[in-house]
Design a protein around this ligand. Structure first.
Ligand code: HEM
Length: 216
């Protein structure tokens, strides 16, 4: 039987799925508010109600997760902000790898590759921006100065455009790209095969096995 290595714990996987579902609902209901032509769908404000319900879930999920998993959270946040020359090498080599299958020049990666860490960084930064600007728009609509509200809408929209575009890329690479065959399994079942770990996350595989080969 093929040997597996654990990549994501159960609480981390639950947080991922709760956040992904709430984010997609926020994205679609936000799109209705963002695109003037779709305003007709938002009649009676039901999309606004759904947007707020999904926002509560989106904000509460990490508030529940972090105190129970603070070590994993700290490690993850540190990883998101740790960038080195190897990441530049990855960014340069990645187009040839993902479009042409040419592995030469791809530096060995940790538990998240450079692209995954870039997405993770965007999730962290945009999550904070969405939460602050969204709560101000929600609760200070009648009390905050008009200029402040305009800036809140502006930053909410910028986060929407950046995070929304990257979400589509994330879904494509995680689910559909022919080289990322086990990325979905890592976040669905929590494990990847030894072969996949060695090929895609060599540095991380070395770390978890501490140099001891796991037989497949
Ligand atoms: C994290 C918590 C969030 C909160 C509290 C929040 C709250 C809000 C509120 C109160 C509004 C104004 C709605 C209205 O006009 O009644 C709004 C608009 C909007 N939201 Fe969010 N939101 C959040 C996250 C998100 C996310 C994750 C996305 C997209 C991925 C998003 C996309 C949008 C868009 C595109 C608009 C329309 C802004 C405009 O009028 O140009 N929001 N949000």
């Amino acid at each position: 039987m093929q040997q597996e290595v654990e990549k994501y714990s159960k609480p981390t996987r639950i947080l991922h799925w709760v956040h992904l579902v709430s984010f997609c609902i926020l994205f679609l209901t936000g799109l209705v508010l963002f695109v003037p032509g779709l305003g007709v769908i938002a009649q009676d404000s039901w999309t606004r109600v759904i947007h707020r319900v999904a926002a509560v879930i989106f904000i509460l999920a990490p508030i529940i997760y972090v105190p129970m998993n603070w070590k994993a959270t700290l490690k993850g946040v540190k990883e998101a902000f740790s960038w080195s020359a190897a990441d530049i090498g990855w960014l340069k080599a990645a187009p040839r790898y993902y479009f042409l299958g040419d592995e030469t020049g791809m530096p060995p990666q940790g538990s998240m590759n450079t692209g995954q860490r870039l997405w993770w960084l965007i999730v962290l930064v945009s999550g904070v921006i969405f939460t602050i600007t969204g709560l101000v728009m929600w609760f200070a609509k009648t009390t905050a100065p008009a200029a402040v509200l305009q800036w809140m809408v502006f930053f909410h929209d910028v986060a929407f455009i950046v995070a929304g575009t990257m979400l589509l890329l994330h879904i494509y690479l995680g689910l559909l790209h022919p080289l990322m065959t086990e990325a979905w399994k890592a976040i669905y079942k929590g494990t990847v095969s030894v072969e996949y770990a060695k090929k895609h996350h060599a540095k991380w595989y070395e770390e978890v096995t501490r140099g001891k080969e796991v037989k497949s």
